[in-house]
Design a protein around this ligand. Structure first.
Ligand SMILES: [Zn+2]
Length: 247
């Protein structure tokens, strides 16, 4: 078979669909949860999804678990429920961390901001204008929870320190806990990599990507427990330090 329809985009390049970013840029995704039926379940160890059986096999060898098919209409239809809470990764620079606030609706991305101004919108005139999100963190959380306001969307792209040849993985998180440590993570990446004030010119860094358990009892005597993702920068990638020193 041949694709004889390529030329229809030559006559109307505006209508040409965008390249599939996922296929081109990422070989897999790290996930800290899954759906059981319709119920989201937080995981204590990393779950990795990929469309590439070779990648799935390598992930299983490195981090435990076994490749299984899972029910998705996306292309990353193989999952590995690993036995690892913490994996060593390589981050190219602080630009590999992309964070913003997003609210999706039936029509796609409905509100995209940095918490103060619009970062993008169907109406380009609104970019840079005040977005109307509340000032206080608790109000932001409440609005996101009720579906009225955007929630954090943090994307981190990285390679595996033990198998950089596999290519880039990505982790997307909506965790407010991760938002709280984001400025430190970015600062640590720039410092460890020797980047300038704009985050440029540095070398890649090593980091630990972890799922951490948080447990405490409130003043009212209620037990609280949840998982949060964490990134801990351990040094420049060139300085090949053993994992034991970094932990
Ligand atoms: Zn906003």
């Amino acid at each position: 078979m041949a694709n004889n329809l390529r030329r229809i985009w030559e006559t109307d390049p505006e209508a040409k669909p965008k390249e599939r970013k996922f296929s081109n840029d990422y070989v897999g995704r790290f996930r800290s949860g899954r759906l059981v039926g319709k119920q989201p379940e937080a995981l204590n160890e990393w779950r990795v999804t990929t469309g590439d059986p070779t990648v799935a096999d390598k992930v299983a060898v490195l981090f435990g678990g076994s490749p299984e098919e899972w029910d998705t209409d996306k292309e990353d239809n193989i999952e590995v429920l690993t036995a690892s809470k913490s994996v060593e990764i390589v981050i190219d620079g602080s630009a590999a961390v992309d964070a913003s606030m997003k609210k999706f609706g039936f029509g796609g991305l409905e509100h995209h901001c940095d918490g103060v101004v619009y970062l993008s919108d169907d109406d380009p005139k609104l970019v840079g204008e005040a977005c109307g999100c509340p000032a206080l963190l608790q109000d932001r959380k409440d609005r996101a929870k009720s579906g009225k306001g955007p929630k954090p969307s943090i994307d981190i792209s990285f390679k595996l320190a033990d198998a950089p040849e596999l290519g880039k993985f990505r982790f997307n998180s909506g965790s407010w806990e991760l938002v709280k440590t984001l400025h430190t993570i970015i600062e640590d990446i720039d410092t460890a990599g020797g980047a300038d004030e704009d985050g440029k010119g540095g070398v890649p860094v090593r980091a630990l990507l972890s799922i951490e358990r948080v447990e405490y009892t409130t003043k009212a005597g209620r037990d609280v427990a949840y998982n949060k993702p964490a990134v801990k920068v351990t040094g420049a990638y060139e300085a090949a330090q053993p994992l034991a020193d970094a932990a």
